[in-house]
Design a protein. Structure first.
Length: 442
């Protein structure tokens, strides 16, 4: 899974030609009027010549009566047909009212749509002012000045006592000797990293709040719906494309994504994320995923980086992020249970060394203790190098992921846990009391 440091932006502009239907109707009406105009009568060559009147045969009274009767019948039939086929509309109040309602509703609908779009744009404009750029500067050697090695995005989520607080991704500021925050207006402010957590990929920065006018509104990721419109805001290609906005929908919730924090090609943690098809390009990391109200519901974090995959990006749910943000802001780290061992998966142990471990054939998985930290709970419980941890409180442990997931979700600091381990081929049970984690080891 690739986490993003830089941006990519594609700009596509399409022009739509509009047809003025009113002009066409006027043209049609004009042509129709010309066709109906009888025009000028032809001039008479000789107006002085007398015109002979043709004699008409006289009709009898009975014939005139018969002709009138026939004409009346024909006229009545024509009128009935015209009414029946709605060529001549009946004077019906219901029909008239319905037509009036339709005519009146059209501009109201158009006005509602326009107002809705305006509200969304206004909300996005407001939250955009709280989305900032993050510059990671690192010192290559003790004699050289710090240089920019990467950039990302961040969200101003709090202002208090003259200070402002920014949440971003851990990988955006990882390894930095200096961090700069670039405001929406281009001003740069030095930032202090209060805390960072690689497992959740979150970090909190503190900056001077004098120039900060806008703080992002935090919404609820729990209330978000699949299919709901969302907008990703960030800084593609560095600060040149700051506060770029992309639009999409929520494609899925509670997606499980494996994370490799130490780059050993082994999953160290599984994080729950929001999936979206809003473009999250390299550099959007730490930016805001917002709903149509302009509320932040996620923190953009990563995307699937494969040529055959398009439109799959992930954001950390804001409901998950908030408690981590508070711990990083107040404590500088995240308090998690700690046992004090470094481990390796049994599958990583070469076959020739498995024979030395003397593990029973029916034991297919577990964690090999590579090192025990002196003074740790594991050391006090008597764990030794090359012990095989297979269970904790009766739960099967086959990977570091299983071990961490159980410790971080099912236990708390101060709890006593029971572990099943194999030593020299023999099963043993040890008990240890969990303390607060001091290192990134387990």
């Amino acid at each position: 899974m690739e986490r993003n440091d830089r941006y990519n932006d594609n700009h596509d502009e399409n022009k739509i030609d509009e047809v003025n239907l009113n002009d066409n109707e006027q043209m049609s009406r004009y042509e129709h009027t010309s066709e109906e105009d009888p025009g000028l009568t032809k001039p008479v060559k000789n107006r002085t010549q007398p015109v002979k009147k043709e004699s008409k045969p006289k009709r009898s009274g009975a014939g005139m009566l018969f002709s009138g009767l026939i004409g009346g019948i024909i006229a009545a039939v024509v009128v009935v047909l015209l009414f029946t086929n709605n060529i001549i509309p009946l004077n019906n109040n219901t029909t008239s009212d319905s037509s009036a309602a339709q005519d009146n509703s059209t501009p109201e609908i158009a006005q509602t749509i326009a107002t809705g779009n305006t509200d969304v744009a206004s909300n996005i404009e407001e939250v955009s002012e709280a989305v900032v750029g993050i510059i990671n500067r690192q010192q290559q050697n003790v004699w050289a000045p710090s240089q920019k090695v990467g950039s990302g995005s961040g969200i101003i989520y709090k202002k208090e006592d003259g200070k402002a607080y920014v949440v971003t991704n851990h990988h955006v500021v990882e390894g930095a000797s200096e961090v700069d925050v670039v405001l929406n207006n281009g001003d740069q402010i030095k930032a202090k990293v209060l805390g960072s957590d690689p497992l959740t990929d979150l970090a909190v920065l503190q900056i001077d709040g004098k120039k900060i006018k806008t703080v992002a509104k935090l919404g609820s990721s729990e209330d978000a719906k699949v299919g709901e419109t969302v907008i990703a805001i960030g800084n593609p290609l560095g600060m040149n494309f700051a506060n770029s906005v992309t639009k999409g929908i929520i494609s899925g919730k509670n997606r499980s994504v494996s994370i490799d924090t130490n780059k050993d090609k082994q999953a160290d943690w599984v994080t729950e994320v929001i999936q979206t098809d809003a473009a999250i390009n390299p550099g959007n990391s730490g930016g805001a995923l917002v709903n149509s109200k302009g509320e932040v519901i996620g923190i953009n974090s990563m995307k699937i980086a494969k040529e055959e995959v398009e439109g799959i990006g992930f954001a950390i749910p804001i409901d998950t992020a908030i408690p981590i943000m508070k711990q990083l802001e107040n404590e500088g780290d995240v308090a998690r249970p700690f046992i004090g061992v470094s481990t390796a998966s049994l599958q990583q142990v070469p076959a020739q060394y498995r024979q030395q471990i003397k593990l029973p054939k029916d034991v297919k998985g577990g964690m090999v203790v590579a090192q025990v930290q002196p003074g740790s709970p594991a050391d006090k419980a008597g764990l030794q190098q090359f012990d095989i941890i297979t269970k904790i409180n009766g739960e099967q442990i086959k990977s570091i992921l299983d071990l961490r997931k159980y410790l971080y979700t099912e236990t708390k600091i101060g709890d006593t846990v029971e572990m099943e381990v194999y030593r020299e081929g023999e099963a043993q049970t040890v008990k240890l009391t969990l303390v607060e984690r001091a290192e990134q080891q387990q």
